[in-house]
Design a protein around this ligand. Sequence first.
Ligand SMILES: [Zn+2]
Length: 135
Amino acid sequence: MFTIKNKHLRKQAIGPTITMLVFGAVVAAVIIMGFVVGTEKKEMSSWLIAAFFSIFFLSGYKRYRILKKYDDLMARKTLPHYMKINAIKDINNINCSNCGAGKIANRNHSSKAFREFYCGVCGETLYYAERKDFI
Ligand SMILES: [Zn+2]
């Protein structure tokens, strides 16, 4: 959660982090209790309960990984970086790196944390910018 730099994504990562902490603790507690109780039958059922709760833990982890991936993607594909790798000097004249068209459109990313700028002709994603307005 603290490794995510985009503040909108960080806000969205609070839920999955809490889920991971709570169910991780539950899984650990159930396994420890199974060892403390000790009998073979109880130990077996504690493994089953731990497996059940680890489903919730893994779903939180999966959501967190997706948010982290978006954050890495946004950090990698910024406008200054795009201008540098394509040797664009004039900010008023940005072209598509794929087809060379100058028609750049933008839309919200599905995570609603940043806007995606793409070529209006061929649809190639060019770069991302953090949203300043957030609903
Ligand atoms: Zn294009």
